[in-house]
Design a protein around this ligand. Sequence first.
Ligand SMILES: [Ca+2]
Ligand SMILES: [Ca+2]
Ligand SMILES: [Ca+2]
Ligand SMILES: [Ca+2]
Length: 716
Amino acid sequence: MFIFLTYINTIIKMRNLDHFKFISLLIILASCGGGGGGGSADPNPIVPNVSLSFSSNLSEIYIHNKIILTWSSSNADSCSASGDWSGTKANNGSEEIVIREAKESSFILICSSSSSSVNKNITVTSISPYLYADHWDEINTYRESLKSVYENPVGINQEETWFKTFTIPQSRFTTDVTNTFIDDENFKGNVGYDTWINIGDSTFNLNCNWVPQKPNEGAIKIIELIDGVFTNFYYKEIEGCNHPLPLKNSDGSFQIVFPGHDEGKISAGLAPYATSFVFDVSSKEFFDMDIILASHGQGIFDYDLDGDDDIITTGAGWFVNDRNAAVSTKNCGEIGILQNNGFNDFNLITVPLPNDVSNPDPATNGFLPNEGCGGAMSAHAYVENNILYVTYTDFNSNPNHTNPSWIIEPEKNVVIKYDLNNLNILEVIELPIPYVEANFINLEYYQEDQNWIGGNGKSHDTHSQFLDIDYDGDKDILISNQSYWYEKSNVLQIIINDDGVYRDQTAQRLFNWNIRTGSLHHWNFSDVNGDGYLDITTTDGCGGPPSGSGLNLPRNFGCEKKVAINDGTGHFIQIIGPMEIYQIFENNEYKTGQLGAIFSLDNDKNLKWTYMTGKGCNDGCYANGDWDVFIASLDSPLSTGPNGIDPSLVGEDGYSEFFYLLNNLSARTAVESGEYENGLEHYIAVGKDQGLLPNAKSLSSIVVESYDSNPKQKIN
Ligand SMILES: [Ca+2]
Ligand SMILES: [Ca+2]
Ligand SMILES: [Ca+2]
Ligand SMILES: [Ca+2]
């Protein structure tokens, strides 16, 4: 070969030689060649050399993507491939090649003629998009230690595969800090809960609270981020409130209602009534609504189906538009609807409870037979076919009624159907027993408080919501079940509407789910990963192991701050929790915040958590009005692949890792055994050819294909 190439090179050089040298060389070559026939017999001895161009459209790709190799040669008799491809190739052509593994690939092409050859090499780098959380061992250690002190489970479906394949790595979060000034020593985030709303470029993070044992120390907090940057803080000291309620009007505008509630007054022997406020998002002003409530639990729904959000609330004992009206707390009608007629314009409608009897004498306390009311901790509602459906938790029927019309077992949660035209009660449906009461052993009533017997029960059921979580066309119900006292836990009870029969399916529908957290009083639904299914974010405080247990767990571990995605059929897996949100920030100290992390999803689907604590000190301090504002951010929007990556990076747009692993046992087993690193790899390798479903789209009825970033009260 060396001689052959030397010959070619010689020919090339000869083209520039003069005639004399050319002849001389031919003579020399002929004399050493053994050419037999005699050199002078070839009339045209110049053979053109092979030339080759060879290229790839991409030099770096994600695995499972294709490159296109293109080449053209001239004067070649044949081409052949080696390295990471092989075989005989046409002299000119192109070829698509899918690269499955993360590596550096070498594509070699040699094109040759009888007299010359060219060899070219192209290198392509293929990288894996997968990035896994690396703190399973840490989390598992905490879980195992909790197991040692509780009789009952510490979580639901917390196997390693669920954690590793879904949890968003801590490395994808960053935290920024800025400062603000609020001269209020009582500044706190609890007892209060959070939500958010996007209007224009602004994201308003919302919280309101009341303070235990202290009357009139609540406040409303509205933190405005514009393009993710802290911009404004609207603060109003009030008596108390616990659920901010952003109401959407049919014209697309919003008003944000802060229903009154102040249990701090109970310590002073007062009823927990407080004034309600509404925030005008245009003028940024607060308005007194002249509506006095003890609104502990409530929900947003559309009472009159006019497209304006309305409210149903508990604690509507003073349900009058005239704040100077006579107090009528001894009468019945603790449930009310605020029908939205425009900004700060509500029609107040009292909703009867079963077995209520109006007290004819407001001077008495209603403990006499046939006087007094039932009550409830939370309420949510929807309207369908001229029926108002209301769910009540920690429901109490009137104990003083001597001849009740409705027989309702104590300590049950209920759905009550009302005739929409006159609010007459049509039916009372008992819901399945709270999950903790049905499944846990040795639960106790709260602090041996006899008041919970027959009322709240052993499960304090603080919040409820109707939502068609499994996308089959009927409304399911979510209820927070909190067991108290020693075995303190918080379970989101999932009650599926099965052709009109409500069934508890909590255990088979929650995954990677810690129940040993602070309380669960509030959650929001929004589509955090852009697949057209509403996901859930929980919001409430932080809890720890039982006092005296001696366990040393990080404070953030027990915070009720979950982001959990819906597989499209009503199963939820936590993919982000407090250990990812609250990370070590400065001075090796993480903060959980006097105002805990408020989740928000901005218009571009970026996830953020905004929280505040006293400047330069630990949670709980007061720094003369200076506050640190922390904004934790995820580096990019979430999608539905393993650990939130976009499955289209590997060519599988629409694939849902959670749906796939949940519904295809062979895939899950293969991932658990380590045969495939995640479900998506299984799908690409074998599942797709086997016809395994990659998502729930063919199983569910969706009208809304893609949601905006605001919290939703219904799926369609
Ligand atoms: Ca309405
Ligand atoms: Ca209960
Ligand atoms: Ca349903
Ligand atoms: Ca979703």
